[in-house]
Design a protein around this ligand. Structure first.
Ligand SMILES: Cc1cc2nc3c(=O)[nH]c(=O)nc-3n(C[C@H](O)[C@H](O)[C@H](O)COP(=O)(O)OP(=O)(O)OC[C@H]3O[C@@H](n4cnc5c(N)ncnc54)[C@H](O)[C@@H]3O)c2cc1C
Length: 377
């Protein structure tokens, strides 16, 4: 519920809702079926500045507070969570560059994405998912240039970006302390996108391998200092988790909205199914989980905006919101029953879209390890 939002926030929500209704909704089901990437709609989202919410105002970004950006992410995800994921991934990459605290490099990044290009955060590899310390991509200094080699996989916007944030081993003997982060422009020789994933859900988002074959970048494209890649990646993921959680809440809210409309018009035993208490209780449980997830996401956002520590809370909100979205969308399919199982109705897509939020930005098993670690400390 939006009872505490300011008028400015409500106006922005209306703007995103209008965009979602008029531009994203009409292409969502068809692109989900075909796997087509809706370039034109992304272009319009970029014209609105939805991809620059995390970029500081001084550099041409929207520079809005984190809480407002999450409220808008939730709204966008109601129309399509894959679309919200690809837009959000630009912010994820931006955060990694900002963490490096090099204003010139942040400007370089902003100059690429602000005119309307995608960006990608490239950490995962075929044998380094949950365990980033197993990174095999290498970066070797050769004169004034770093030379990168390796293959990243499952990269959001991997096949469509203008700039890639790549994590690579600069000193394998040091384990995670030997990982560094680099800004790699898409036109660097040797950079290509490999296999594109044919995914279960969030099919409006591009997910691809990113291949680096002797890719040379200037020394100054190192983000932060040599060996700082792992903390940069972890801190960036901390910031990304509330964003994923907000999108999961958007999916959950859409599922509830669809159920409310359906329950009022579908009749069994001579009355709308909304009159059956068994379904009312299901709906109440869905609403409880969705609302608690939403308010906890906003709590984490306020911690971020107040510059307080939030790592454990970020793990809690991502885990809770994604588990809630999964449960709520499964229940939505149950309420629609046979029609819920059919692709003609919207809820099976919501269920498929929800699943990824338990997997990316660190799986929920890994999040539970993080939370338990904090509790036991
Ligand atoms: C659609 C999509 C988009 C993505 N976008 C990006 C992106 O933009 N950038 C990027 O870098 N990555 C991205 N990823 C990768 C994603 O973050 C990884 O898939 C995720 O971190 C898990 O890694 P994995 O798939 O290799 O699973 P694994 O690490 O192989 O895990 C397998 C299973 O083991 C469990 N597990 C692993 N270790 C432990 C442990 N110690 N204790 C208990 N259980 C454990 C996991 O929870 C999981 O259930 C994306 C993935 C997908 C599918």
């Amino acid at each position: 519920m939006n009872k505490l939002l300011t008028q400015e926030q409500l106006d922005l929500v209306d703007l995103v809702a209008e965009f979602g209704k008029n531009e994203v909704d009409p292409v969502s089901a068809e692109c989900d079926r075909s796997g087509e990437f809706p370039w034109e709609v992304y272009r319009k989202a970029f014209d609105m500045g939805l991809h620059m919410m995390d970029i500081p105002y001084e550099l041409g970004g929207a520079g809005i507070d984190f809480e407002t950006s999450l409220i808008l992410t939730e709204e966008l995800a109601k129309y399509d969570a894959g679309f919200a994921t690809s837009v959000g991934a630009v912010g994820l990459a931006a955060k990694a560059v900002i963490m490096g605290r090099n204003p010139e490099l942040v400007k370089k990044f902003a100059d690429i994405v602000l005119p309307g290009k995608f960006a990608a955060f490239c950490l995962t590899e075929p044998n380094a998912g949950s365990d980033a310390s197993a990174t095999k991509t290498t970066a070797v200094l050769d004169g004034d240039e770093w030379v990168l080699n390796g293959r990243k996989c499952f990269i959001t916007n991997g096949g469509v970006s203008g700039v890639y944030i790549v994590f690579a081993m600069t000193d394998p003997a040091k384990g995670t302390r030997g990982i560094s982060a680099f800004l790699v422009e898409s036109d660097r020789e040797g950079l290509s996108s490999g296999k594109e994933e044919d995914k279960m859900g969030i099919r409006l988002s591009n997910t691809s391998d990113v291949v680096l074959e002797n890719v040379r970048v200037p020394k100054e494209n190192l983000i932060g200092k040599e060996g700082m890649g792992f903390p940069i990646a972890m801190l960036t993921l901390d910031r990304a988790r509330p964003v994923a959680a907000a999108a999961a809440v958007g999916i959950a809210q859409r599922a509830i909205d669809e159920c409310v409309a359906y329950m009022k018009q579908r009749k069994t035993f001579g009355r709308p199914i909304a009159k059956h208490q068994a379904l009312q209780f299901k709906l109440a449980d869905m609403e409880i989980s969705c609302e608690v997830a939403r308010q906890y996401v906003r709590h984490v956002a306020r911690l971020v905006d107040a510059d307080k520590p939030y790592s454990e809370e970020a793990a809690i909100c991502k885990t809770f919101a994604s588990d809630a979205a999964m449960k709520i969308t499964v229940e939505a399919v149950q309420i629609f029953a046979g029609y819920g199982y059919s692709r003609e109705y919207p809820v099976e897509k919501l269920m498929r879209d929800a699943k990824i939020f338990q997997i990316f930005e660190g799986t929920n098993e890994i999040q539970r390890m993080v939370i338990a670690g904090q509790v036991l400390k």
